[in-house]
Every structure is written in structure tokens, then in C-alpha cells.
Write a protein that binds this ligand. Sequence first.
Ligand SMILES: Cc1ncc(C[n+]2csc(CCOP(=O)(O)OP(=O)(O)O)c2C)c(N)n1
Length: 702
Amino acid sequence: MTGTLAPTQQSETAPVNPRFDWKRIAYLLLASRRLDDIEETRLLPEKKVVYQFSARGHDLAQIILGTLLDDEHDAAGAYYRSRPLLLTLGLTLEDAFAGPLRKSGGFSDGRDIGVVCNFPNDRGATVLPMSGDVGSQYTPSVGWAQAITYYRDVLDDRSYDRSMAVVLGGDASAATNGFWSALTIATTLELPILFYIEDNRYGISVPSELQTPGGNIAANLASFRNLYIREGDGSDPAETAALFVDVTSHVRDRKGPALLRLDVPRLCGHSGQDTQAYKSAECVADEQARDPLPKLKNYLVPAIMSESEWSDLESQVEMDAEAALAGALNRPEPDATRVRRYAFAEVHPDGTPDTQQVGGLAPVGHEFPDSTNAPAPEAQRTNMLTAIRRTLEYELKTNPKLLIFGEDIGPKGGVHAATMGLQDAFGDKRVFDTSLSEEGIIGRAVGMAIAGLMPVAEIQFRKYADPATEQLNNCGTMRWRTANRFAAPIVVRMPGGFAKVGDPWHSVSGEVLWAHAIGWQMVFPSNAEDAVGLLRAAMRSNNPTIFFEHRHLLDGVWARRPYPGDDFVLPLGKAGVTQSGDDLTVVTWGAMVERCEAAAKRAGGSIEIIDLRTISPWDREGVLESVRRTRRCLIVHEDNLTAGFGAEIAAVIAEEAFFSLDAPIKRFAIPDVPVPHNFGLMDAVVPGVESIAEKIAEVLEA
Ligand SMILES: Cc1ncc(C[n+]2csc(CCOP(=O)(O)OP(=O)(O)O)c2C)c(N)n1
């Protein structure tokens, strides 16, 4: 259903809507304003708050929306101007002050700017961890909405019957990739989500006409299929309440997604530093005339409150705000000795897990089948592709919360065939194709993980993770940013590297990115047996993991190994020694392991080859122990030489084992160009057996 509707009746004539607790709404609006006032007039000038974002003008509508988010499985994707919504959902005034004041406790324990919040909530809507990037809130929110349908339809959990997601964004955010990606996902799958656009006509200083033609996103979406669209005046209490009841009922009644665009005035600069010099005096006057606070007072007094009751409310807010501010100012500074904690999942000193409050399988104590790191090899060898497929299949069978998705992974079985037959076996709710949006694939996975599922996403080729960079980075830092309140453990499978032919698009490896990114585990198996153990470890991990599938190895003869069993799990961060030696340590991984073995044979000498297997965490101790013994080291990888992961390994050896070395550490990798398409050109840059053998000889002779 589509179409925009005319605004509803004006508040002057409207009877007070009995469905709402208007006194609470009035209290919250006054409290939100008081927070803005105190920050603007005291804490910002005193330099106690640095990032100051008022919500004045946006506040009433958010509060009305918040009162309707009463289901325990609701979620809201929000942004830096969403504090009134958080107050409505239960954020205390003290926590609201403490965040911008960078005090301990609260939503980030002083780690993040105070307006980038999160809110775990068992009783009403969970506020998904916000990010500083405008537009990044959209795809995780549709992920939560899809998780609602998964719990209800696949896991048959009726407590999700009326649950919904809502995502808030400004008019400028409707120009972002995330908005369009999420809109496509929500409307093609008809998910239970409300897009709420708070249109204040500006993105900082840029007018909405530059964000969408004509400046009205709802008007432009009028012909979008499967989207129920409403518009109105977000400063009018009666109209706003009626519109939110309408759109939330639409979503809760399972009629599909909805979009509500409300005109709201921004009664302040974009942030505390913004003087709004780009607005005309008429524009500012028009905005002030649309202030929802006097309109709310007019709506409620004298209809349901007397003038003196309104003043009592103001006094109450005044007292509560001052008490909250004093409480926040009295809070200790965050403990600097804890600042390195929670980049990854942790355990308490007694060995029990220090589990996040929300996200992944750990908070509900999910129990996996027993595992072992001792392989039970079958008689036959299998290629890496089949090994991966069998591992996915077993985890799908034993973990009902695990789901697999990506481009072409359904009926086609994936462009590399790793998911062949899985949709037939497990159905299209658990194994499904997605729209062509990598941001959508990863952002959706993040939202699903926060909702307690284990998403296993496929990115068709490593290079095509580029559009998902923002979501990948924010996923990795989530646990740290929220001081272990939220985490989104997901698995992202990514094929890449050279194959029979190479090219700049399908042959990228670039694994170093996830060694550098915070919070990510990165595994890079060289053979079928390791692929099983590492992929299973990733799918049972409480941290997000990139699983790199090298294209040359998927059906490579050397990489074929017996399937090691359904309970085989390899520990992350533990390298394999594929051959022992005394004269030189070669550190390598992925498709280079095979070539290094052949090169070592050709070069002669007693050479130890370490297959790193995992890039993050990497086996520092294993490498250092070997190098201290052999006193020589060559690092071989496929990714570009400059600032490749070899540089990190070399730096650590230089720092930790310098005096054990008899020769300089050597790196050998693709020179700093993309992988070329022509065979001769490719062979000229990808390290081959002969060229590696030459490097081995050089280091041995040095
Ligand atoms: C990806 C990204 N680009 C730019 C910015 C800088 N920035 C912060 S807020 C903002 C304007 C957003 O306006 P809108 O979405 O309309 O929300 P409003 O502030 O008006 O509520 C910009 C450009 C950012 N945070 N993220």
C-alpha cells in the first residue's frame, strides 16, 4: 500500500487522545528541554561538555513514539539527536548527563561521545548501539526486523507476534547508502519496521533540496511498492500521536513496513558550536513559531491539567535535573586501567565468561555440541569447497539460530558453490539470497546478531566488501564502544586471492585490513582440514570473524584433505608448523603455504614453515619461538608488500628477537600493484615457487 495522506485535525480543536499518558509526555519533554538548556548554557561554556547536540523541536514526536514502543522485542535504531526517545524508554537523567560529561558508567563508560548511545532494555525497545556515521543506523535496524520474523516464523516464538523495529533519521540521512539499502531490504521482504524521518529541512547547513529532489523524501517515495507512507506536522501533539498510532499499528498488524515523515523545527544550531549563520531571520522565526512545547501546553492545559499542575511539573523537572546533574558530576572518572578491555570477549579471573548484556548466543548461555582439536580423518580426501559446505551444513543442523545469506547463495548455491543444496535442505528462511548491497548484508547481519542470532554472511568476493566497510568497522568496535553492553558476533565468509586467472577485482586478498581493524578475528586457512576447524571455531565464537576462502585453494589438489569430523574445531591464534627445520623460519599463510613448501624443497636446507592460519589473533609466541631457534626469517604473503601483514610480523620479530637473528628479516609479497589479468603479468608479481626459492637462498646466505 502506498500514498501520502493529508494532515489530520489541528490540536486546538482536537480532544486529548486518551490512549497516551500525557502527563508523562509533558514531564519528559520538559526534562529533555532542561537537559538541553543546562548543556547549552552551562556545561558547554564551562567546557565540561564538548559534543553538544540538543533535540529541541524533535523532542515531542520522539517521546510520543517512545511511549508506543512497549513490546519486549521492539528495537530502535537511532542517532545523535535521539535523546528524548531514550529518556522515554528509560534512560535516567543522570546517565543522560554522565555520557556527554565523559563520566564512568552509563552507555560507554566514558569511551564514546555522549550523544552516541545505546540502551539494553528487557521491558521495551532496545536501542541498538548508535554510530557516529550518519545513515549507519538503517541496515542494522532492518536486521533486527528480519530477526523478529525469524524468531516468529522459524523458531515459532509467538512472543514476537507484535514486535517491531523503528529506525530514526534526519532528512539528510535519507540520502545515504544505508537508507536505500535498508529500504530495499524492508520492502522486498515486507519486514516489520517503521522508518521515521525527522525532517528539519537541514543536514547541518545543507538544505533538504540537496538531499532529495524537491526536498521531500516521502513525496519522492510515493510509488515505492510495499511501503505505507504518512506525513505530518511533528510539532502538533494530536496529529503526531494519531500518525504514530497509525503507522505503528500498520507495522504491528504485519501489513508491512511504513515510513513516516514529520516536519520538525530544529530550534537550535546543529550542535552547540553551530551559529546557524546560514539561516535567514525569517527561517529562524518560523522555526520558533513551530516549537512543540507551547503547543503541548496548549493541548493539555486546561483540558487535562491546570496551569498550576503544569508549573508543578516544571518545578519537579527542575529539581530532578539538578539532582541528576549533581549525581553525574560526582561520578568518578572512568578507570584508565580498564581502557584496553573489551576489544574482544573476555573471561573473568575465575574463568567464567565476562559476557555482554546483549547480542550473540552467549548471553542466553547457548550450548554447542562437544568439540575436539584432534581430527578424526575420513579415508577419502575432500576439497576445501566441500569441507566448507559440510561444516556449514552441520552447524545449520545443530544450531537453529544460525542462518546463512548473501548474493546468489540460495538456489544457485553460491557463485563458488559453497552453499550448494543448503537452501533445499534448510529452507529459504535460513539460507537465502539478498539484494545486491554489501552494506545491507553486513548491517543486516549486525542487527540479527544483536537480536541473538548467529548470522553467517557471504561476500561474493573480498573486493566487494568495500561498500560494507562502515558496517564492518562499527561491528568490530561495538563491544569496546559500549563497554561490553553490546556485541555482534557474526561470521563473514569472503573468497578472494588469485585463481587460474587473476584480475584487480576478484583476486584481492587484503587480509591486513582486519588485523588493523579493532575487534575482528581473521582466519585464512590453507587446506580443507584447517578450513573445517577454523570455520567451526568462527561460528561458535563470541567475536566477529572474517573467514577468508582462497579461490586457488577451493578446489586445489594440494589443499584437499580428509574431512576431520563434525566436532573438529581449531583454536584461533595457533599456527601450524607444516614442516620443521633448523636453518630458516618461513612464515606464510593461505595459498602461499603450498608454494613455500615446494620452494623449500627446491632451495634445500633445513627449513621450518609456519602456516599462520589466523591473522587476528596471530601466533606471536609460535613465530618468535621458531625464529629464535632458526635465527633467520622470511615472510611470504600474497597481499601487497607495503604495510601488508608481513610488516607487522617483521616489526614484532625485530622488537622481540633482534638479538637472536643472524640475518635481516626478509619480506616477499606482491609488489604494490593489483593482481593483473594476463597470465605472464600475474606470474611476474605473485610470489611463485621459483622466486620464493630464490628468496630462501638469499636469506640462508645472508
Ligand atoms: C557518514 C557521515 N558523513 C558526515 C557526517 C557529519 N555530519 C554529522 S551530522 C550531519 C548532518 C545530518 O543531518 P540529518 O540527517 O538531517 O540530521 P539532523 O542533524 O538534521 O537531525 C553531518 C553531515 C557524519 N557524521 N557521518
